[in-house]
Design a protein around this ligand. Structure first.
Ligand code: GLU
Length: 481
């Protein structure tokens, strides 16, 4: 049985890279008919951001990433919260002290700083120096017990075997080998008794029977410590899969400077959750088919770890826009209309009857990226008053006597019956233009501008059809008078 978890820390809102990690866990679990757990890793209270847990959960739900286990909250599962389990980690940490895999250390912050300065001066990588610092080994058992009895501040550190190599297999990175002497004696329990990420993470992955740890590449350097912890506890380690970073187009680590990075920002911009999920899934994973659009179930059916790329994945904002537009074109217009109604109402538009709005969407969606673009792009279809034409355009149109004559003829001939028939509409436009001595080509564009106050839009005939003869005539009248 596959059991995976997404384990965010509440240090901020949900990052797009974290959405991808969550999604890969979710897809992997669903693909194998397994379980996907949400676990909040809030051991570092100094980096806790108020509201972050709720925001992350909301963003995940918005994207359609769901979880299967944990305490029940309002009809949904989870999450497990580490800060509610602190006693557990302490018990396990102390167990390692008893078995000789971890030890007490009493160094002050100043002593540790001085150690780092010494190491820097000597040109060696900073790492806890077990042999020279104040710990259980250098102080001896008696002194250690004395210090503990007087409640001297202390931490518990992992005793890393210095001579052996640590080896593990990563499903994406392949075999990884790290020399023990390069691994820090990681703090497991802090002086306030709180666990560090490493201890809590390993204890929970074990207790929650996690089979596959799928997480961001930035945790790869921590994994040797985790492997040592599993060995120290005598537990079987899960399978690891470290997902490569998401990169800016210039291949630097993805950051705000290049565009949005928080899931809620993408939502606010108007991206559809299924489009964002589709895009994020393909950012670093590739089902090797000649297509780009996949619904969630299709992603689930295809998702395997061996198709996750090893190299960092460039986040292509243009491709995401393209994908959103594809989803906009494929969705049901009635549903899109319902989603658009609140913004039409907020804008104070009068023509917002749902079936009418659906027809407007059908007509305009080929030309925009976001659903809400239609509110502005199609303002002349929703509102009764048009944005004023700029003076130069107005003057040149008004000053064109032939055009005015053609528009007047067109206005007089126009009816809903004519609009209902493409040929009849074309015939009327042609006859009106020619009677005034204008070529068709010189008539249609000004006609559009006069009726919509825009020089681009969907084909003119269906546009005028949507407006209906009455509205078209009143706009022509307003221009001609
Ligand atoms: N709490 C870690 C994070 O914020 C999770 C790392 C892991 O999945 O082990 O990304």
């Amino acid at each position: 049985m596959v059991r995976v978890r997404f384990a965010p820390s509440p240090t901020g809102f949900l990052h797009i890279g974290s959405l991808r990690t969550a999604l890969y866990n979710f897809l992997f679990a669903r693909h194998h008919g397994g379980v996907c757990i949400l676990r909040i890793e809030d051991t570092d209270r100094t980096r806790f951001v108020e509201g972050a847990i709720e925001e992350q959960i909301n963003s995940l739900a918005w994207a359609g990433v769901t979880f299967d286990e944990g305490p029940h909250v309002g009809g949904n599962y989870g999450p497990y919260v580490q800060s509610e389990r602190f006693d557990l980690y302490r018990t396990y940490g102390m167990q390692l002290v008893e078995s000789g895999h971890a030890y007490y250390a009493f160094d002050t912050a100043e002593e540790l700083d001085a150690m780092r300065v010494r190491q820097q001066a000597a040109g060696i990588a900073p790492k806890y120096d077990r042999s020279s610092m104040r710990n259980q080994y250098t102080l001896g058992e008696q002194e250690t017990q004395r210090l503990l009895a007087e409640a001297a501040p202390h931490v518990i550190r992992l005793k890393v075997p210095l001579t052996a190599d640590v080896r593990f297999h990563d499903e994406i990175r392949g075999d990884v080998v790290v020399a023990g002497r390069e691994i820090d004696d990681q703090i497991l329990l802090k002086s306030d008794g709180f666990p560090t990420y490493h201890l809590a993470n390993v204890v929970d992955d074990h207790l929650m029977e996690i089979t596959h740890v799928i997480r961001a590449e930035e945790w790869l350097p921590s994994t040797p410590k985790h492997v040592l912890l599993y060995e120290a506890f005598g537990w079987k380690a899960p399978t690891f899969a470290h997902v490569p970073l998401m990169l800016n187009p210039d291949r630097t680590k993805m950051s705000k400077r290049h565009g949005d990075v928080m899931v809620r920002d993408f939502a606010a911009k108007g991206y559809f959750p299924d489009a964002l999920v589709n895009f994020v899934a393909l950012c670093g994973w590739n089902p090797a088919e000649d297509r780009e659009i996949y619904a969630m179930q299709e992603l689930i059916d295809r998702f395997t770890l061996d198709r996750v790329h090893r190299a960092g994945a460039v986040f292509d904002y243009k491709k995401l826009e393209w994908m959103n537009a594809e989803y906009l074109r494929a969705k049901d217009c009635a549903a899109l209309a319902n989603a658009l109604l609140p913004s039409l109402e907020a804008a104070g538009y009068t023509h917002r009857e749902p079936t009418y709005v659906a027809r407007v969407i059908e007509l305009l969606r080929e030309r925009v990226t976001f659903l809400h673009d239609i509110t502005t792009f199609g303002d002349y279809l929703f509102g009764d008053t048009l944005a004023a034409l700029d003076q130069a355009t107005e003057a040149s149109l008004q000053g064109d006597a032939a055009l005015r004559a053609a528009l007047a003829a067109f206005r007089d001939g126009l009816s809903d019956d004519i609009l209902a028939d493409a040929d009849a509409f074309k015939g009327l436009a042609k006859a009106s233009a020619e009677a005034a001595g204008l070529a068709m080509g010189k008539f249609m564009k000004p006609l559009r501008v006069v009726v919509t106050h825009r020089d681009v839009g969907a084909d003119l005939h269906p546009t005028l059809q949507l407006l209906g003869a009455e509205r078209c005539k009143s706009r022509l009248d307003a221009f001609l008078s």
